[in-house]
Design a protein around this ligand. Structure first.
Ligand code: PEP
Length: 250
């Protein structure tokens, strides 16, 4: 049985006061008895504020990225042990914005994935195709090569402690959501590919969908057999919109 995970990526938004208020409202939104989990990914400077707001609640939190090295001369970077010290349990790796704008190659994403795990963090590995790749029929090949880059370095066993997020780049922040059928098709492709290596690990792995998820489309998306929740950008920036997604499935 895979618990649904509703995860909010705040990107480079909020300030300290709104971060605290938003996290508190989200934490207060948990329904007793629900198995649906919630996690938030605030900007680095607000992680300690979130840690206070989430204390003694079921709200999980993590960072939006990390450096692939564990410490050292990497000016301006943040490493996994620092995130662990602040109480993070998860970290995003390979978000499409980092891949497109900040030099995250497949190989670097694989390093980040392993560095996160070595420190005890659960990596949320983001993968997805661009519009151009989809329109030229390369979606599955792109997804497979992004996955293979991590599998080759980390091995299938590493996916026992990871979350995947399928985020078609053309659906992120555009208001264009993949249809439940389109998303399910790729989620099933991902699970089948991993099942060929280890059926148990693939069966237990949570595969989130990301790309313009909102309260009005979450239930239908998350009802698909291989969609285990969502990674949410824009709609995670107000508690009303984020909790509407949670309430649609909790
Ligand atoms: C994201 O940034 O991961 C994302 C899915 O954004 P949005 O929900 O705004 O499309």
């Amino acid at each position: 049985m895979r618990n649904i995970l509703v995860a909010g990526n705040w990107k480079m938004n909020t300030d300290s006061a709104t971060a605290s208020q938003l996290a508190t409202e989200v934490a207060n939104g948990f329904k007793t008895g629900s198995s649906v989990e919630m996690a938030i990914f605030p900007p680095y400077p607000y992680i300690s504020i979130i840690s206070a707001a989430a204390a003694n609640t079921a709200l999980q939190y993590g960072a939006q990225d990390l450096n692939e090295h564990g410490s050292g001369a990497h000016t301006g970077e943040i490493c996994a042990p620092m995130l662990v010290e602040l109480g993070c349990s998860m970290v995003l790796v390979g978000h499409s914005e980092r891949r497109a704008m900040y030099g995250d190659t497949d190989a670097r994403v694989a390093q980040k994935f392993m560095t996160a795990q070595a420190a005890g963090l659960t990596p949320v590995l983001c993968i997805g195709e661009t519009l151009e790749q989809r329109e030229s029929g390369q979606t599955e090949a792109v997804i497979a090569s992004q996955l293979d880059a991590v599998l080759e370095q980390a091995g299938i066993a590493a996916f026992a402690n990871a979350v995947l997020a399928y985020e078609p780049v053309w659906a992120i922040g555009t208001g264009k959501t993949a249809s439940p059928e389109q998303a399910q098709q790729i989620h099933a492709f991902i699970r089948d590919k991993l099942s060929a290596l280890d059926g148990i690990i693939a069966g237990q792995l949570r595969i989130l969908y990301g790309g313009s998820v909102k309260g009005s489309n979450a239930a239908e998306l998350f009802a698909q057999a291989d969609i285990d929740g969502g990674l949410i950008g824009g709609a995670s920036l107000t508690s009303e919109a984020f909790l509407a997604i949670y309430n649609a499935v909790a």
